[in-house]
Design a protein around this ligand. Structure first.
Ligand code: NAD
Length: 511
């Protein structure tokens, strides 16, 4: 039984039904927007954007601030909607879907004005004597926002806040797995007084996402898998529109001999199992140096065995959100088992729960010829490999087509930073699990196949703008320097000037 499946439609639109991953009962149905619906939404958004872009940063920030008010006031409604669709643990819904968006939206509301106000730039050398320059950060227009199912509110609100503060409109295509959370979030936007056409939701699956890319939007902000990201990137290349691609990961954790093993074991279990392992920066592979391998595994087991899986009351690990992902998790663990890995605990669906529950799993004796250590598993699996030393750990950590994030555990912070710098990833945490996405000061984005472009922070915000350089001549009158008519005398004068300026040390220093 599929979590998302087509159902009979009485109208012209394809219709999908969504089931709860916890009970497997239907929880809602929705129509997929057609290509025409998507194009019409983009047209309406474009009209709304024309007015929105004239608002001052302070007025945009007030709207965003009201959205934060709504999110705080109606947090239980959001939490319930997200849990109904995903089966994630309540604490995760609170931290990821309420705290993180509130924090990010507040930051962008506060800082966008300073970051995006027109900047005067000093022009270097002799050119500076004659010219002045101003950079104006113009909104791009309509942003097509395509999001996945693992953080339906956070992964919408964070880019949305940046796009809106930069003066854009947004047409959002949420994941087909979490359409209802997207609608509750849209109702918060409406109640916060954000013009209805400025942010619109077009529901649907991949077909609708592809239609949004082709609909005439001015940029695509995509978060999702590598396979889809590649298609989106190809389409954007053909259409010559910019895009950011925030894609999958296979984050490595390196445990040095001098690590605080208790903290590292906490980090291993939390980093691997948080959000049922459906976290792009989740810990997917752990390399532990020989000296501390055994005590580390012991500590991981103590903690993993204490995890409570469930759907009601107090529990730590919730459901797998989508049957497609469950299949991948099962395949990876089975492939590892078949190739000689030891499954110390878990490694199967939870027989006591009716929905999509995969038991928290600890696997050792793994190697890089197993899918579990190569491809994104995105499930509650702690995969641990023994290595000879930190050098080998680093080599194996970098032996991946992915490069999103990673983490290093050592009591020597300087060494931690050194290893972090050598990791071929978008970001790294030392003695911590991947918090980078939650720090608006940090540009976020993957290397290798984990992504293209940066989201978040100053860089992310500026990515929703066109930086327009406007230069002016200081005098603005008289003849244009170097202009017509060309004369031999003028050419000789120019060459003499070049020799003076770039042919001498003093000249080069001055320029
Ligand atoms: P996905 O690629 O299957 O889908 C993502 C979105 O794209 C969905 O809304 C989907 O409907 C849409 N889509 C599908 N086909 C499309 C097409 N041809 N054109 C346009 N849109 C299309 O990914 P998913 O399974 O929803 O999400 C899980 C993936 O997202 C994981 O790989 C995870 O690592 C990644 N992710 C990355 C980040 C990050 O910031 N790097 C954050 C969260 C999740």
């Amino acid at each position: 039984m599929a979590i998302v499946e087509p159902v009979e439609s009485s109208g012209p639109r394809r219709r999908l039904r969504v089931r709860s991953p916890v009970t497997l009962e239907p929880i809602g149905e929705f129509d997929c927007a057609t290509d025409d619906d998507v194009r019409a939404a983009v047209e309406r958004a474009r009209k709304a954007q024309a007015e929105w872009s004239t608002l001052s940063f302070d007025r945009r920030a007030r709207h965003l601030s009201r959205l934060v008010d709504e999110l705080v006031a109606r947090q239980d409604e959001i939490i319930d909607a997200v849990i109904a669709e995903t089966g994630k643990a309540r604490a995760e819904a609170i931290s990821m879907e309420i705290f993180a968006p509130c924090d990010a939206m507040t930051w962008y509301a506060k800082h966008a004005k300073k970051i995006l106000s027109p900047q005067r730039k000093r022009i270097h050398g002799v050119m500076g004597l004659a010219k002045k320059l101003r950079i104006v950060w113009e909104p791009l227009g309509v942003i097509g926002l395509i999001t996945p199912w693992n953080g339906p509110i956070a992964l919408t609100a964070v880019p949305l806040a940046q796009a809106l503060m930069a003066g854009n409109a947004v047409v959002h295509k949420p994941s087909e797995v979490t359409p209802l959370s997207a609608l509750v979030f849209k109702s918060l936007l409406d109640d916060a007084g954000i013009p209805p056409d400025l942010v619109q939701v077009v529901q649907g699956d991949g077909e609708t996402g592809a239609a949004l890319v082709e609909s005439g939007v001015d940029k695509v902000s995509f978060t999702g898998s590598v396979a889809t990201g590649r298609k989106v990137g190809e389409a954007c290349g053909r259409l010559l529109i910019p895009c950011t691609l925030e894609l999958g990961g296979k984050d490595a954790m390196i445990v040095c001999a001098d690590a605080d093993l208790d903290r590292a074991a906490d980090g291993a279990v939390f980093g691997s199992c948080m959000n049922t392992g459906h976290y792009c920066c989740g810990t997917e592979r752990i390399y532990v140096v020989r000296d501390v391998y055994e005590p580390f595994v012991e500590k991981v087991m103590e903690r993993a065995q204490r995890l409570r899986q469930g759907a009601e009351g107090e529990f730590d690990v919730g459901a797998v959100f989508w049957d497609r992902q469950l299949q991948i998790i099962e395949d990876h663990v089975e492939d590892a088992r078949a190739k000689g890995a030891t499954v110390l605990m878990g490694g199967r669906r939870n027989p006591d729960l009716p929905g999509l529950f995969y038991e928290p799993t600890v696997v050792t004796d793994v190697s890089h010829d197993m899918a579990l250590m190569r491809d994104e598993t995105f499930g509650p699996v702690v995969a641990i490999m023994q290595v000879n030393d930190e050098e080998e750990a680093l080599r194996l950590a970098n032996d991946s087509v992915y490069g999103l994030n990673g983490n290093v555990w050592t009591r020597d912070t300087d060494k931690g930073f050194r290893i972090a710098e050598a990791m071929q990833t978008g970001g790294v945490c030392v003695n911590d699990i991947a918090i980078t996405y939650g720090l608006p000061e940090a540009p976020f984005g993957g290397r290798k196949q984990s992504g293209v472009g940066k989201v978040n922070g100053e860089m992310g915000l500026k990515g929703y703008c066109h930086p327009k350089p406007i230069s002016a001549d200081r005098r603005g009158k008289g003849p244009i320097q170097g202009g017509y008519p060309y004369t031999r005398k003028g050419e000789r004068g120019m060459q003499k000037f070049i020799r003076l300026l770039f042919g001498t040390r003093l000249g080069r220093w001055l320029s």
